[in-house]
Design a protein around this ligand. Structure first.
Ligand code: UDP
Length: 471
């Protein structure tokens, strides 16, 4: 998303008032001055940001270099430095400094502590780089024709960037160049401090998912399809053209806990055609298995992308579940953003048996390409398993509280919290009495079970049944 400076952003408000403001003489003069003032304020804020950022960079890098000088001197003497050519602000070339620590012997630990990167303090002190900014690109990476690169070269490259923070918590769904553009357009001193803070959490979650394991990863016996967000959307779209209907499930730490205790739910998940990894718990499980989960393919982030793909291919959707009125509000949300997407019905999820049968008939009459089922886990997965043939849908997705978010009934965690892997904290704060067990006890149990299951040679029991994980 590229934000415009204030003077270019779209005007809103009463249309008559807007016309009066635009065409009356006083209105025109007033508007001219307002525009000039806005532009000056915008330029002023950019100058302030640049100066303040450079000042902070210089002070922080000088202090850190002073504080770490014995370690830095030792590393320099023992390992020496390597120089890598990089393209900096306004296309100016410079050499990025790094301690030449090899990834073997004691060097392994030093690299794990990122000590090889500390030499970059020199680049920051010299003004080639900054603590926060887009990744420093090599000349081969840079193509001036690419608009993303142009954005990236407007600022100093950084040690930590927004893309890296998101990548580490598996939510960098957009291309790096888009996230760089977003950073450049919205940067501020407070924003940079926020990124610096979030990067501490990102660093703790472990390496970004580069050691990609495709195919299926077993987490507590549940076979997770290790797809990236774009691939999951493509796979669902492909399945809308298949004759046999497909069942799609999202699995987070809470689902894994439930499946551990509930054999029917476990079997249902194992019978899913597509099981996608949801939440930071899955990322951590993947890290512990040394098989990186590629992305956090949760239903809420997948939904708008799926709507976009469905609109492009002229597919239809039916929403089932949530409190009365909630699915209808999500229909309005879809209609406003994806006007060509065919919405063939909406039905709330609080019905008796007879009403449920009628709802099933309505869905079957509509025969949607995609059926969204939001009844909560494990009910929705079991419902899909039992009724998918009767619904006439090509693909059915069990999505939990998704409709509550898109209807606005429950606000979703802000992006900065998701960038720290704290979406669950936000949900817990919203409904502590309902969710304390799920998150406080559940998350601990998930990790505990995971560790026990690993130490027991990756076998565990589900209600007396011995199960071997296929890793
Ligand atoms: N729900 C429903 N019918 C029911 C019980 C629940 O439609 O009988 C809906 C509920 O309104 C909510 C969703 O199912 O929208 C479950 O949300 P929750 O956050 O509990 O699900 P999770 O995402 O945790 O699986």
């Amino acid at each position: 998303m590229v934000l415009l400076p204030p003077h270019q952003s779209k005007e809103t408000g009463n249309p008559l008032l807007r016309l009066e403001k635009r065409f009356s003489t006083t209105g025109q003069a007033r508007n001219r001055w307002r525009r000039v003032a806005q532009n000056l304020r915008w330029i002023g804020s950019r100058i302030y940001h640049r100066t303040a950022k450079r000042g902070l960079d210089m002070i922080a890098s000088a202090l850190l270099a002073l504080l770490l000088s014995p370690i830095l001197a030792l590393l320099l003497l023992v390992y020496g430095v390597a120089l890598s050519p990089r393209v900096g602000m306004n296309g100016r070339q410079f050499n990025e400094v790094e301690f030449e620590i090899k990834d073997r012997g004691p060097g392994k630990l030093l690299r794990a502590l990122h000590l090889h990167r500390y030499a970059v303090l020199w680049n920051i002190l010299c003004g080639d780089m900054s603590f926060i900014g887009p990744r420093a690109a090599s000349p081969e990476d840079v193509s001036l024709r690419d608009s993303g690169t142009r954005y990236r070269l407007r600022v100093r490259p950084g040690l930590v960037c927004l893309w890296w923070v998101r990548k580490r918590v598996n939510i960098a769904f957009d291309p790096e160049s888009n996230i760089d553009a977003e950073y450049v357009e919205t940067q501020s001193v407070a924003g940079d401090l926020g990124i610096a803070l979030r990067s501490v959490f990102s660093a703790m979650y472990g390496r970004q998912g580069d050691s990609v394991v495709s195919g299926r990863i077993s987490v507590l016996g549940i076979k997770i399809d290790n797809l990236a967000m774009g691939e999951a959307v493509s796979e669902i779209m492909r399945r809308t053209d298949c004759l046999t209907p497909s069942k799609v499930s999202f699995v987070n730490a809470n689902c894994a806990n439930m499946a551990w205790r509930n054999q029917e739910y476990m079997r249902t998940l194992l019978g899913s055609d597509l099981t996608l990894p949801d939440g930071i718990g899955m990322k951590l499980a993947g890290r512990m298995l040394k098989q990186d989960i590629r992305e956090n393919v949760n239903g809420t982030d997948l939904f708008p992308r799926l709507c976009e793909a469905m609109e492009a291919e002229g597919k239809s959707i039916f929403l089932y579940g949530g409190r009365p009125g909630v699915a209808e509000r999500v229909c309005e949300w879809i209609a406003a953003r994806y006007p060509k997407l065919k919405i063939c019905g909406a039905q709330h999820g609080y019905m008796d048996k007879a009403e449920e049968l009628q709802a099933l008939e309505r869905i079957n009459d509509a025969k949607p390409d995609v059926l969204i089922v939001a009844l909560g886990s494990p009910r929705q997965e079991i419902w899909i398993r039992d009724h998918i043939e009767q619904t006439g849908a090509r693909v059915a997705l069990g999505v939990g509280g998704l409709l509550d978010f898109y209807s606005g009934r429950i606000p979703r965690a802000p992006l900065w919290m998701r960038e720290m892997g704290f979406e669950w904290v936000f949900r817990f704060i919203q409904e502590p009495t309902r969710l304390w067990k799920r998150y406080l006890i559940g998350n601990t149990m998930f990790m505990f079970r995971f560790l026990c299951h690993r130490t027991k040679g990756r076998t565990y029991r589900v209600k007396g049944r011995e199960t071997k994980c296929v890793l």
